[in-house]
Design a protein around this ligand. Structure first.
Ligand code: PHE
Length: 338
């Protein structure tokens, strides 16, 4: 028995020493310690031994198993190191990594975020409303008569249901006042839709930022001061701003605001960036008619509203001549902003 175990151990250690990879080492392990392995067989042979012989033989077997296991473990570590080395051989760890294509913010998002940031500092809270609107919120409540050209099928996208794609964000004024209590001071950025012919300054989908301030003593000077402050913060202290009298059904008096657009190598020119005015009492009357608390009594509250074209603001910010660039998503154009 003693000799048998010594032979097995010697053979085992030499097989382990000869193993060149992990598969061969595993093969050797099974041949020795596996269910049908040599050492396992020798252990089974113990039952033929006499009572006196057994303890010594058992101890020998244990020692042999320990020695073989230790050799297996050691060899396993060596082979693993070799495998790791092979894996990274030829890989240059100092080589710069492949460049990731990082995205950037769309210019409209950049302008919108900045506009919100400035207006929030002035106390305006964010509000929103649906892009699929009804005629009441888009027109009627905004004092826009049935025969007004803006309500024409030629100008507005209507659904068969009678609903429509909002033609301006002014509908959010109504949605807000239906629920809020004065004072109200909100801004609402979002898309608006018109059946406009598409050209360098018009698109059928465009982006606006609506503003509304209603309280007890709001004056035209507040409107002018707010918007001038906003535009100078947006485009710089020297920004030239001009208010032109205009007409909107829901404000009286009403104005359009122009800002000077500077394009490299060209004569600067005025471009219209917003409509605004003092909220028409008829709008408050229609809000009041829909609620029981009379909080929007046109004898008590006044307010101003404005609707800015975010696309136009982006055009001024970067001297972009064509609004279509902001909608078409040409990567060559957008990359310039990331
Ligand atoms: N809704 C108007 C437009 O889209 C802009 C506007 C908003 C005018 C609020 C006055 C007050 O042209």
């Amino acid at each position: 028995m003693k000799q048998e175990i010594e032979t097995i151990q010697a053979e085992a250690l030499s097989a382990i020493g000869a193993a060149e990879n992990q598969a061969q080492l595993e093969e050797a392990r099974i041949a020795i310690l596996g269910k049908k392995g040599k050492l396992t067989g020798a252990a089974a042979g113990m039952r033929h031994l006499s009572k006196e012989e057994k303890p010594a033989a058992g101890q020998m077997l244990n020692e042999a198993r320990q020695a073989i296991s230790a050799a297996l473990d050691e060899k396993q570590v060596v082979l693993q190191e070799k495998a790791d080395e092979l894996l990274v051989a030829g890989v240059d760890m100092t080589m710069p990594a492949a460049e990731l294509a990082a995205g950037g913010l769309h210019p409209l998002t950049i302008v919108k975020d900045r506009a919100i940031q400035i207006l929030r500092r002035m106390g305006f809270a964010l509000a929103e409303g649906p892009e699929i609107e009804d005629e009441f919120h888009c027109f009627d409540a905004l004092n826009t008569p049935q025969d007004h050209p803006a309500r024409n099928e030629k100008d507005t996208f209507y659904f068969d249901s009678g609903k429509l794609l909002r033609t301006h964000t002014s509908s959010v004024q109504i949605r807000t006042m239906e629920k809020a209590k004065p004072p109200v001071r909100i801004i609402a950025p979002g898309s608006a839709y018109r059946r406009d012919d598409i050209d360098a300054t018009h698109h059928c989908v465009f982006n606006q930022l609506e503003g509304l301030f209603v309280a007890e003593d709001v004056k035209l000077g507040d409107l002018k001061g707010t918007l001038e402050f906003f535009l100078r913060h947006m485009f710089g202290e020297k920004t030239e701003v001009r208010f032109r009298p205009h007409f909107f059904p829901f404000t009286e008096p009403s104005f359009e605001i122009d800002v000077k657009l500077h394009v490299k190598g060209e004569e600067p020119k005025w471009i219209e960036v917003a409509g605004c005015g003092m909220v028409d009492p008829a709008v408050f009357d229609s809000i009041n008619a829909g609620r029981k608390d009379e909080l929007f009594d046109s004898e008590k509250v006044t307010g101003f509203a404005f609707g800015m074209g975010l696309d136009r603001l982006a055009m001024i910010q970067w001297g972009i001549k064509d609004i279509r660039l902001l909608i078409e998503n040409d990567a060559r154009f957008l990359k310039q902003f990331s």
